[in-house]
Design a protein around this ligand. Structure first.
Ligand code: ZN
Length: 93
């Protein structure tokens, strides 16, 4: 996934721009992997993360990415609850 699609921005010699910062997320959950797999569509300039300050700043996940993550977690929670409910029904039978 490319963090520029989640609003990660940084500054370089040419000014502020999106930061590409490809990140690999390790998850085997489909909903989670899907929400965190945005790939750069281009159409914007990428600034390089240069220097300690830029990299430290980029070490924080962009807000959009956190929201995508939380949304996926909510979906997973719901599906787990549904699975659990079905399990209970099966036990009753
Ligand atoms: Zn990009």
């Amino acid at each position: 996934m490319h963090q520029c699609m989640y609003g990660l921005r940084t500054k370089d010699a040419q000014g502020e721009a999106s930061a590409y910062k490809p990140t690999t997320t390790v998850t085997n959950h489909e909903a989670l992997a899907e929400s965190l797999s945005r790939r750069c569509t281009g159409g914007h300039r990428h600034a390089h993360l240069v220097g300690k300050t830029a990299c430290t700043k980029a070490a924080q996940y962009p807000k959009d990415m956190c929201e995508a993550f939380l949304k996926a977690v909510a979906v997973i929670k719901k599906s787990v609850e549904e699975t659990h409910l079905m399990g209970v029904e099966r036990e009753d039978m």
